[in-house]
Ligand binder design. Structure first.
Ligand code: TUI
Length: 308
């Protein structure tokens, strides 16, 4: 099986999560320049904005980077063509089935890595020609599935023969080691990067992640089919109240979710904003540079020191 560092032409087997409104060219370029795979998010953006982000990233790094396509977005199809025009080398997908785009991306030589929350989706997408699979446990921030990273990663490793990348709960070298022991060949990180100097979010958001305890996140929308993990606040309580009876439309929730995410990201509104973050927020203790975060994860890894 191909090493994902070789597959992606990167130094560390660490991929950045495609966080909507957060994973801009600044963050993507910083992660790629630090030796991981940076990603530009697309959630909430139109094709023009994503193209501009791709071009700015190319100016900031000559290392490989990718685009994460949030498949629930109306602009997903247009973006799926634009990334071919722009010569993007890697695509990760989330919140849906990328099957219909797979053929044209593969034909264009793009490395395709879907994010999935279950064994069934992992199997289906491996069969459709994915190059690797990101298996995301329910510890992750944002839109999530039900199973934990600890149980999901080995179950997926047992049934597919392409590299598995673990996501959800990884914020340090112990997380990377645990993922590798479970059979993963790489990790995706998001929450720990929220608390990075280069992350273009409001300082209040970064500080809230640093302050978070183990029990500070909550999952909204479990009963509506769109579960989203956020840090508990007034907004999360309101959201839980609104979705109590599961009779609200998914589209309405999407607008509410992305709108309130912007409040947290740009205005630093920690009461009415949606502060998406994973359970690993409890592990994040300070704001560091992206390079310090990646060096720390990789260089302290016992797997890479040959101790495990
Ligand atoms: O996509 C994510 N995380 C996200 S997306 C996001 S923005 C958002 N906007 C509005 C409402 C909700 C979220 C914030 N965080 N992670 C990857 C992920 N993919 N998690 C779960 C899935 C998933 C779900 C269903 C993947 C495939 C899938 O298949 C469904 C199908 O129909 O095939």
């Amino acid at each position: 099986m191909k090493d994902i560092r070789e597959l992606l032409d990167i130094e560390y087997p660490i991929i950045q999560g495609g966080m909507a409104n957060i994973a801009t060219h600044e963050l993507a370029a910083a992660v790629s320049n630090a030796g991981g795979l940076g990603l530009i998010a697309t959630g909430g953006w139109d094709v023009k904005r994503v193209r501009a982000e791709i071009r700015k990233t190319k100016e900031l790094t000559d290392k490989p980077f990718g685009v994460n396509i949030m498949l629930m977005m109306p602009s997903a199809e247009e973006i799926s063509d634009m990334i071919i025009e722009e010569g993007v080398q890697v695509v990760t997908t989330g919140a849906g089935n990328p099957g219909i785009y797979m053929k044209k991306w593969k034909k264009a030589g793009i490395v395709v890595i879907p994010v999935v929350p279950s064994v069934a989706y992992a199997k289906r997408l491996a069969r459709s020609g994915a190059d690797a699979i990101i298996v995301e446990g329910t510890e992750a921030g944002g839109h999530i599935g039900q199973s934990t990273t600890f149980t999901l990663v080995p179950q997926v490793c047992d049934v597919i023969d392409i590299p598995v990348i673990a996501a959800g709960g990884v914020a340090d070298s112990r997380g990377l080691d645990a993922a590798f022991v479970l059979g993963a060949k790489g990790v995706q990180i998001g929450t720990v990067l929220l608390a990075s100097k280069e992350c273009p979010i409001h300082e209040n958001y970064k500080n809230r992640v640093v302050k978070a305890k183990d029990t500070d996140t909550v999952v909204t929308g479990r009963n509506t089919g769109a579960p989203v993990r956020v840090i508990k606040n007034k907004m999360a309580k309101k959201y839980l109240e609104m979705t109590k009876y599961g009779d609200i439309k998914l589209e309405e929730l999407e607008v509410l979710t992305l709108g309130s995410l912007k409040k947290a990201v740009f205005e630093g509104d920690m009461e009415n904003g949606s502060i998406m973050a994973g359970q690993s927020a409890g592990l994040v203790k300070e704001i560091r540079t992206v390079k310090d975060i990646l060096d720390d994860i990789f260089k302290n890894s016992r797997v890479y020191k040959g101790e495990l």
